[in-house]
Design a protein around this ligand. Structure first.
Ligand SMILES: Cc1cc2nc3c(=O)[nH]c(=O)nc-3n(C[C@H](O)[C@H](O)[C@H](O)COP(=O)(O)OP(=O)(O)OC[C@H]3O[C@@H](n4cnc5c(N)ncnc54)[C@H](O)[C@@H]3O)c2cc1C
Length: 269
């Protein structure tokens, strides 16, 4: 930001569409203004209007479960590790944070955009997860209703293209994933690093966008599909299937999990 002149960055603008000409892009905003540019990095999230214009069939797909999250005070709780509990009423995840705080999330199988789910309070969630092991009920009890964030879990079916001449899609606009591997924001950050790397090379910017796409497609597709499958298995609420799953998971050697983590973390960018 220090390198940019005053007024270069404009906030509070909502793009609603664009017109791609041979060497320019004209962006339209909902305040009636337009902006013409040579190149466009599209990073406006899973509902990106510009991605929908470029790839009209790319609508967010619901994963079949909904999610509540909050950050709460964890004073008095002795938690040193993140954990996720899988049960017949849904999943409950706990992530200890710095400064005596804790992030939790809970998921439940539900129809998309269900008004009952959107209105759930902490005491409703306590009815749902109150029989789960300690400290889950305690964590819910210390969550004020106004700290709850509710969202249906969606992803994007993998796109074949992220680079469209002088336009490139980044982050959730390009490859939104379900959060089961905790990778959505991680992949957005990786995009930024890889794109900066490609832009630093000599040559045309649109070629850098192409090379960026080649470096990002496979990895982001694998994460979207693996994360979606993982969510389906984790979210099983049929008792018989869940019991089979739990038995199978107990039998799996730790090396299977480790291999999946290697795919994420041992990568030469
Ligand atoms: C329940 C849940 C749990 C998650 N857990 C994790 C996790 O553990 N680890 C992880 O890495 N990721 C996680 N994620 C995913 C992560 O939140 C996203 O992948 C990440 O925020 C994507 O970043 P982004 O910048 O691409 O998009 P966003 O964060 O969606 O940012 C898009 C920005 O564009 C703006 N915008 C939207 N529309 C327009 C428009 N028309 N014009 C202009 N601006 C616009 C928005 O205001 C926003 O500022 C989780 C997501 C959910 C829903």
């Amino acid at each position: 930001m220090d390198h940019l002149g005053k007024g270069v960055v404009q906030t509070g603008k909502r793009d609603i569409g664009m017109q791609q000409k041979s060497d320019k892009v004209s962006i339209q905003f909902d305040d009636g203004t337009t902006h013409e540019t040579n190149y466009l990095l599209v990073a406006d999230g899973i509902h990106s209007p510009i991605r929908k214009q470029l790839v009209p069939q790319s609508k967010p797909r619901y994963a079949g479960y909904t999610c509540w999250r909050a950050v709460v005070d964890a004073t008095g709780l002795t938690l040193s590790e993140a954990s996720e509990t899988w049960g017949p009423k849904g999943r409950f995840g706990v992530v200890p944070l710095a400064n005596n705080q804790l992030y939790w999330f809970a998921t439940q199988t539900a129809p998309a955009n269900d008004s009952r789910m959107s209105q759930m309070t902490t005491s409703d969630l306590l009815k749902q997860f109150g029989s789960y092991h300690s400290p889950i009920p305690d964590i819910l009890s210390r969550t004020p209703d106004n700290a709850l964030i509710w969202s249906d879990i969606c992803d994007l079916k993998p796109l074949k293209t992220y680079a469209f001449d002088n336009i490139v899609l980044l982050g959730d606009a390009a490859h939104a994933t379900t959060p089961n591997m905790g990778q959505g924001a991680c992949q957005a950050i990786e995009d930024a690093v890889v794109l900066a790397d490609e832009l630093a090379r000599e040559g045309r910017v649109s070629d850098a966008f192409q090379r960026f796409e080649q470096r990002r497609l496979k990895r982001t597709h694998t994460i979207i599909e693996t994360s979606r499958r993982l969510g389906t298995v984790a979210q099983l609420d049929n008792r018989l299937l869940a019991t089979l799953r739990n038995g199978l998971f107990r039998m799996l050697p730790a090396s299977v999990n480790e291999r999946q983590l290697e795919m994420l973390y041992q990568v030469d960018f």
